[in-house]
Design a protein around this ligand. Sequence first.
Ligand code: FE
Length: 210
Amino acid sequence: MAHDDHSHGAPDPHERLTSRVKAIESLLVEKGLLDPAAMAKMIDMYESRIGPRNGAKAVARAWTDADYRHRLLSDATAALAELGFTGMQGEEVIVVENTPDVHNLIVCTLCSCYPWPTLGLPPNWYKSPAYRSRAVIDPRGVLREFGVEVPDSTEVRVWDSNSELRYMVLPQRPNGAEGLSEAELAELVTRDSMIGVGFPAPVSGQGASS
Ligand code: FE
């Protein structure tokens, strides 16, 4: 939880980059070269479709391969590199495991540090001041807003990512998933479940009442 290493005294490189990108975006929209709706669609694709699929594959591997799970929990950076998930904003990753006793929640209290190679781009709410402060002060309240009820008997642990170290959650495998292949399991893994603000999708015919 220490944030001493956070190099935020100097202008934050993410925020500088964000301002530059916003300036370029406005210019392109103004010149009629960019359609804001298409842009929003593209961002959504990287935020919630393409990006987090890498993390989902690592989770599904950990669910099906006990040795891999052990490596992922003991040295996530190396275990993720085994699957090719390395690079900028993923130089040092720690994976924390949800169990019936512990529910983990990821935040970056100072900006938006996030493991890009496994989760893609951080969603807007992750970068919002409200999430960043409230995740620490009232994690159960935040979880409730995301529709996640954690029983009182389960400890909630909040992990503060920073520019050197980024966290990712290994969610619990849903009930009834025993017969599923690794690829089928990966389909169940949501981005939010790897941040700790959601659960994996239920196995069809299990859990959810639809
Ligand atoms: Fe940060």
